[in-house]
Design a protein around this ligand. Structure first.
Ligand code: ZN
Length: 258
């Protein structure tokens, strides 16, 4: 058995026994891992915050008891993100970030960029506009997962998008006016949304965080990205359902899954 030490962000945790928890982490060095944390619950009472979703920790673990489960022997809390936790809307966004990563990444598939994206997004969520940080997070994650839709050119005929365009989740990109008939379930996508997706996917995080979005473009991006992610996930995320509910978008969201 190998002893490993790494930084880890908790994706989810559940009770395993009186004193133990089964915890999914996204780690800096190994991607997603599932661990059994023994005796943590009693320490949690004493210190609070231990191994709660979207906490940032240093963990020591043994790799592994049997396939898919490591033993976590030490855990030191780095950041509890208190500014997020005292705000219901930001808590909903952070819960969405970790659930989305949990649902889209395989176990032990190292990707330091996904770890950095999650950590940076949680850090910025503490101080910046939650909707904007969420759109950046979704676009960057799609890029890192190799799922970026074709945006600047028509997914069917390849011509450059100039006039009105629609977004097709099932075809994986935008359709020009001539090709709208290819997907009657496609949804309108604004020029500003196309430009924003292109900009965010090409720029580093420092440039992007200065980005300003109009409410029309932000709203359009939300709709297009939710549609696209929903198509890939094939099911609705509990955290997104809650988030849409508190943002007053629940009716639009639930209608898609009827
Ligand atoms: Zn076309």
């Amino acid at each position: 058995m190998m002893i490993r030490k790494t930084e880890a962000i908790v994706l989810r945790s559940r009770d395993f026994s009186e004193s133990s928890l089964v915890v999914s982490f996204y780690t800096r060095d190994l991607g997603k891992i599932n661990g059994l944390a023994k005796g943590i619950k009693s320490r949690r009472k004493k210190y609070g915050g231990y191994l709660q979703p979207f906490t940032h920790n240093d963990i020591v673990f043994y790799q592994k008891i049997h396939v898919g489960l490591c033993t976590v022997s030490q855990c030191n809390l780095r950041d509890f993100f208190p500014a997020i936790r005292e705000d219901l809307e930001k808590t909903a966004y952070a819960s969405y970030f970790v659930e989305l990563i949990d649902k889209t990444t395989p176990v032990q598939d190292e990707n330091i960029e996904i770890f950095n994206l999650l950590l940076r997004s949680l850090t910025l969520l503490s101080t910046e506009d939650a909707k904007k940080i969420c759109r950046i997070f979704e676009i960057k994650l799609l890029d890192l997962l190799g799922l970026m839709p074709t945006i600047t050119n028509c997914i069917h005929c390849g011509s450059m998008i100039r006039g009105k365009a629609r977004f097709s989740a099932s075809l994986g990109g935008t359709l020009c006016q001539k090709c709208f008939y290819k997907d009657y379930k496609s949804t309108p996508i604004l020029k500003g949304a196309i430009a924003t997706i292109t900009y965010i996917s090409k720029q580093g995080y420092n440039q992007i965080s200065r980005l300003r979005l109009t409410s029309a473009v932000e709203e359009n991006l939300r709709e297009v990205l939710n549609l696209f992610l929903g198509f890939h996930l094939g099911s609705q995320l509990k955290s997104l359902e809650f988030l849409e509910k508190i943002n007053g978008n629940f009716l639009t969201y639930s209608r898609r899954f009827v």
